[in-house]
Design a protein around this ligand. Structure first.
Ligand SMILES: Nc1ncnc2c1ncn2[C@@H]1O[C@H](COP(=O)(O)OP(=O)(O)OP(=O)(O)O)[C@@H](O)[C@H]1O
Length: 223
């Protein structure tokens, strides 16, 4: 599903942020990406979601080599990925409901088909009473939950989330991880970057850790 071979990344003439990063995410896997602040977690997620190209190395996504894939093919690859970035990237003038519904609208689904799914998801992330609110009137944690609901609503092939529990109470954080686990059970490959040791320790999942720009495999799932 995702393959990195000797990937390196630097911003401009700066130091190398990622060095010789090699790993595979198998289809249907659930993985945590950990590492100290500044270790390069967000950078790695940006490379997977085709936001930035790597400085060197090979990235294969859904069987396509990103270096040789035609530019016109990239939007279709991106649409197979649900992404939760730390800055949420919500559409300012759309309500929480309409932000979450956006991937379904883009996929050509009709409101009558998806309205109840979107509502159910917003209730699950604790926003049942904020569906009509626009992002500017939501707290950071509420905006993050809208971004999470939007990333999962279309059941993407791959979900990548950057600190998805960073701004929420532990109870909501646990619900979000359950939501990701359920999505994973339905077939989505999941990669979560996090500082939160609690969620890493309680989930039975693989952990990849970035140390000085290099990737270390810490743990495989228990049988
Ligand atoms: N657009 C950019 N231009 C220049 N340097 C950058 C850019 N984005 C990130 N960096 C640098 O790359 C390094 C890794 O940053 P990155 O955001 O990937 O780390 P992180 O592990 O996600 O950190 P955090 O846990 O604090 O979010 C840092 O030294 C950062 O300053």
């Amino acid at each position: 599903m995702v393959r990195f071979e000797n990937v390196g990344m630097r911003y401009g003439a700066g130091p190398e942020v990622l060095r010789d990063v090699t790993f595979v995410l198998e289809a249907g896997s659930f993985t945590f990406l950990t590492g100290l602040s500044g270790a390069g977690k967000t950078t790695l997620l940006k490379l997977i979601s085709v936001v930035e190209p790597p400085s060197r190395g090979l990235i294969t996504l859904f069987g396509h080599d990103l270096a040789t894939a035609k530019r016109g093919a990239l939007p279709a690859l991106r649409r197979r990925i649900g992404v939760v970035f730390q800055d949420f990237r919500l559409i300012d003038h759309l309500s929480a409901f309409d932000n979450v519904a956006l991937p379904l609208r883009i996929a050509g689904r009709k409101p009558a088909e998806y309205a109840s799914d979107v509502e159910e998801l917003l209730v699950w992330v604790g926003l049942g009473d904020r569906m009509k609110a626009i992002p500017a009137t939501l707290s950071g944690g509420e905006q993050q939950r809208v971004a999470i609901a939007r990333a999962v609503v279309a059941k993407p092939d791959l979900l990548i989330a950057d600190e998805p529990t960073g701004n929420v109470d532990p109870e909501i954080g646990a619900r979000i991880i359950r939501l990701f686990a359920e999505l994973n059970r339905l077939g989505t490959t999941v990669l979560i970057a996090t500082h939160d040791r609690n969620i890493v320790e309680t989930a039975r999942a693989r952990e990849l850790r970035l140390v000085d720009g290099r990737l270390v495999e810490l743990r495989m799932p228990r049988p």
